[in-house]
Structures are given as C-alpha cells and as structure tokens.
Design a protein around this ligand. Sequence first.
Ligand SMILES: CC(=O)SCCNC(=O)CCNC(=O)[C@H](O)C(C)(C)COP(=O)(O)OP(=O)(O)OC[C@H]1O[C@@H](n2cnc3c(N)ncnc32)[C@H](O)[C@@H]1OP(=O)(O)O
Ligand SMILES: O=C([O-])CC(=O)C(=O)O
Length: 374
Amino acid sequence: MVDKKLSGAGLRGQSAGETALCTVGKSGSGLTYCGYDVADLAENATFEEVAYLLFNGELPTAAQLDGYKNELMSLRDLPQALKEVFQRIPRDAHPMDVMRTGCSFLGNLEPEVDFTQQYNAANRLLAAFPAIMCYWYRYSHDGVDIECTTDEDSLAGHFLKLLNGKAPSEQHRRVMDVSLILYAEHEFNASTFTARVCASTLSDMFSCITGAIGSLRGPLHGGANEAAMEMIQQFSSPEDAKIKMAGMLERKEKIMGFGHAIYRTSDPRNVIIKAWSEKLAHEFGDTSLYDISVACEEFMWDTKKLFCNADFFHASAYHFMGIPTKLFTPIFVCSRLTGWAAHVMEQRANNRIIRPSADYVGAEPRKVVPIGER
Ligand SMILES: CC(=O)SCCNC(=O)CCNC(=O)[C@H](O)C(C)(C)COP(=O)(O)OP(=O)(O)OC[C@H]1O[C@@H](n2cnc3c(N)ncnc32)[C@H](O)[C@@H]1OP(=O)(O)O
Ligand SMILES: O=C([O-])CC(=O)C(=O)O
C-alpha cells in the first residue's frame, strides 16, 4: 500500500470542481458564503437571509425576506402518512436515521418530478426538517402527538418551540439562529460532495439530500458535535480532562471536535460559537462544562497544535440551551440542507457526471480455477 499522505488519499488538496457558493481557508478570510464573511453574516443577518443568499446568490431585500419567510412558514406541516411512519420508529433509533428516513419518505409523497421544482423541493425540506426531527422525538420520548406548525417566524424559534412546547427566550432564538448560519455551508465537505455526486447523475433532490444526511452522520464529520458532548461529560474537572485526553492521545484515539481537513490553525466558526457558549454558561448558572471545554481546547493546542472545529463548542452551547445530545447532529442537517441544495442546483446548472479513476493495487490478471480444484 502507498503512504496515505503521499498518495493524496481522501482527495486532499485536489480540486474536484468549481463553486461560486463558498470559500474555505482562503488567506485573509476564513469562510465566506457568496462573498460574505461568515462572521459578518452571523452578526448582521438571519438564517433565512443566508438560506435566500445560498439559493439565489444575493441577500434579499426586506420585502423579499418577508415573502420568503411566509413561504417557508406555509411549508412546515407534515403529511399524516409521514407522521405515521415516525410513530413506528423506535425511541432508541438514531435521530440521524430518522432524518434520513423522513427526507426519503417525503420524496415518495411529494417527489421532485423535474428540475423546475428544485427550489420548491429545497424549501419544502428546509421548512419541514424541524418538524421531522421534533415530531418523532416528542412522540417517541414524551408520548405527545405535537402540532407541526408554530407562530414563530424564524426556523430557529420554530424548532425550539416544537422541541420544548413553549416559546424560546430571545437569547436562545438568537444563538440557534447564529448556529444555523455557521453550519449552513462549507464548500466540498464530505456530505456536500456526496450530494453533488448524486446530483451529477441527474438524480432527484430528495435522493441527493438523503445521501448527504448519511455522510454527515459519521463522527468524523457532523456526528462530532454529539461525540464531543459525550466526551466532555466524562470529565469531572479541567484537570481530569487533561489527564484523560493525554491517555486518549497515547492510545491514538481521535478527539472529537478537534482538527480539520482544510483549516490548519483555526476554524473561524469556533470563536463565534465559543463566545455564545460562554454567555449561555453564565445564564445556565454553572460554568463547569464551559471551563472543561476551554481546558480541552488549551490542552489540544499545547500538546498537538490541534484546534477546535465548529463542532466542539456547539456541544456545550446546545447543552446549555437544554437540547438533548442526540439532536445535535440533526440540527446540523436543518442548517446544512441549504448548502447541500444550493450545491445540487449549482451542479445541475453545469453538469458532467462525477466519475474519478482509481489506482489499481490488486492482483495481477489470472484465470478462474475450477471450484473443485481450489
Ligand atoms: C463540521 C465538521 O465536519 S468539522 C470535522 C468534525 N470531525 C471531528 O471533529 C473528528 C475529529 N477530527 C478528525 O478526525 C480529523 O481532524 C478530520 C477528520 C476532521 C480531518 O482529518 P485529516 O484531514 O485526515 O486530518 P489531518 O491530516 O490534519 O491529520 C493530521 C494528524 O493529526 C491527527 N489528528 C487530526 N485530528 C485529530 C484529532 N481530532 N484527534 C487526534 N488526532 C488527530 C491525525 O490522526 C493525523 O495524525 P498522523 O499524522 O499520525 O496520521
Ligand atoms: O469542510 C469540512 O471538511 C467539514 C466541515 O467543517 C463542514 O462541513 O462544516
């Protein structure tokens, strides 16, 4: 076998196509969506404005945003047949499997018949994902058959109200909105690339998104926010965190929420969600989990020069908002759907089937030996 790093394993450093949607790790600006710095968007825009930007290439005017939010609000409810599917999915199912099934089943009920419907399909999924996640969760965990619509006009507020059965605080609504902005888009990451490969065969939007959910589920990608939470909760103090992490590194275990395939010294999303995590820790009235998280960050930088990616401080931030750990990665789906769908549309607009080659490292040509003689 060839050395992983020398062989360009994982397609690292190779361009696999063009995009006008996003830059990751370009000098001078860490992460941009359609030319806007993510920090600027997180400070001065809402998630719906970002979704509109990714789908249309420009930020909306006030009137366009109003119309777009109304459209999304009208698309939130779930068909009865989909609710019945969720009623049969067990409580101990993984919520990412529920998201995958929800997306796929909706594609049976409301298929994207041709590409003129691509915006409708993307907006339908964007509007329906919070209910897809919360309907199953509340039914299987609390035995409640919830209403899938709310009067919250933002997706952030809508999700929190579906989950908790009451309107969120202004601060929680804002943090969730920022979180959705931070997770919305990230160039040719594994799940987006999955969606683009699927789109390149001229498949439908629901198939592309279903595949992308499967890719995001893994702990090396979106699943890291959930895995980071499980790890942090095992640490009793900052000192304990450092001792246990040293052991994990010695055993060559991956520390979830650290490192990145593209960024080399920091992930620009981290500083933003970390600041919100600190604010939420004070509101929560117990900063110990935040303090442990900061100790993890310091330890990993000091020992391995590895930094927190977007997932690490999302774990504590979501926890302080009372969100169950198993819903962390599904929230990522609710946000990243915008990036995935925008990439599917971009791929379709200038398509050639994605079909790379492989370097063959198997057996030399040989003849089949009759089965009785092997
Ligand atoms: C939103 C997102 O999807 S962000 C990513 C979320 N994923 C995680 O947090 C999972 C933990 N992190 C990782 O597994 C990796 O850093 C990845 C998958 C994100 C990137 O993988 P790669 O591009 O292969 O990492 P990279 O080439 O920078 O690795 C360099 C070295 O650091 C090590 N390393 C990288 N990240 C970690 C980590 N989190 N913990 C321990 N060691 C690590 C690698 O094992 C490698 O060591 P080696 O040279 O001995 O083989
Ligand atoms: O770009 C990547 O490889 C992973 C990532 O941070 C993301 O998808 O947000």
